[in-house]
Design a protein around this ligand. Structure first.
Ligand SMILES: O=C[C@H](O)COP(=O)(O)O
Length: 235
């Protein structure tokens, strides 16, 4: 995915749609809501519909033939509670159901306990079992500087396709500094996804300018229609 458009003169909210992963991971999501979300994802031309694993098959069915990706998140929102074997098995079943990308919560408790091999192998197990691009949710604000360095290096070693600053806005409001930190450490072939309370076109643009190539947000429609009341237009 290229960010060449960022130098274009035609920078409008709608041009960001292909960079947005349209997210709906709420408790109690119904069939009607999930189908509407999938249809909306295709209608606005978002990169992917990011949905709970339990609805992946239905979303894949709606999006069949549209070219829109189907993404899901493992061990989320309960980050760090799922076993490695459970994650790998779930990853395999999500891909069988139609997921083409997987985001995963990582075991930062293991990292903080010095269990580096276990931390890496937990991610590698999902990479191997899924065979699709895996995005690692690093929860950067919860890590010390040394833990951040280790988490990034171990994720890359494990085969992560994307480094992601955080799983949600409860952990971090996505910001250009975190994205630049990850971009500076991502080798060729590894990219950066921004996530966490991305609510406005201006904020989205600042994250892309920092080097993110994907934005995970539940406010995709507001961003691409620039229908966000709280932001002051400064782009
Ligand atoms: O990766 C996606 C995030 O969970 C999006 O959630 P949010 O828009 O509520 O921050």
């Amino acid at each position: 995915m290229s960010t060449a458009f960022l130098t274009d003169v035609d920078l409008r909210p709608a041009t960001l749609a292909p960079y947005i992963q349209h997210t709906l991971i709420d408790v109690g999501v119904t069939y009607d809501r999930i189908v509407a979300h999938a249809e909306e994802t295709a209608r606005y031309g978002f990169n992917a519909a990011m949905v709970p694993g339990s609805w992946v098959a239905e979303v894949a069915e709606v999006l069949r033939g549209t070219g829109v990706e189907v993404a899901s998140a493992l061990d989320f929102p309960t980050v760090g509670v799922t076993t490695s074997a459970g994650k790998a098995a779930e990853a395999e079943s999500l891909v069988r159901a139609g997921a083409t990308q997987i985001d995963i919560g990582v075991q930062i408790g293991w990292l903080k306990s010095g269990r580096f091999d276990a931390f890496r192998d937990d991610i590698a197990g999902v990479v191997k079992a899924s065979g699709v691009p895996v995005k690692v949710m690093l929860e950067l604000p919860l890590l010390t500087p040394a833990e951040r360095e280790a988490a990034v290096a171990l994720s890359i070693e494990a085969g992560a396709a994307f480094l992601k600053n955080a799983s949600s806005g409860q952990v971090e409001v996505a910001n250009p500094d975190s994205i630049a930190y990850l971009v500076a450490r991502a080798p060729e072939g590894v990219q950066v996804k921004a996530s966490g309370s991305i609510k406005s076109f201006a904020q989205a643009l600042s994250l892309l300018r920092a080097g993110a190539v994907l934005l995970g947000t539940s406010a995709g429609v507001a961003i691409v229609t620039d229908n966000v009341t709280e932001h002051t237009t400064s782009y």
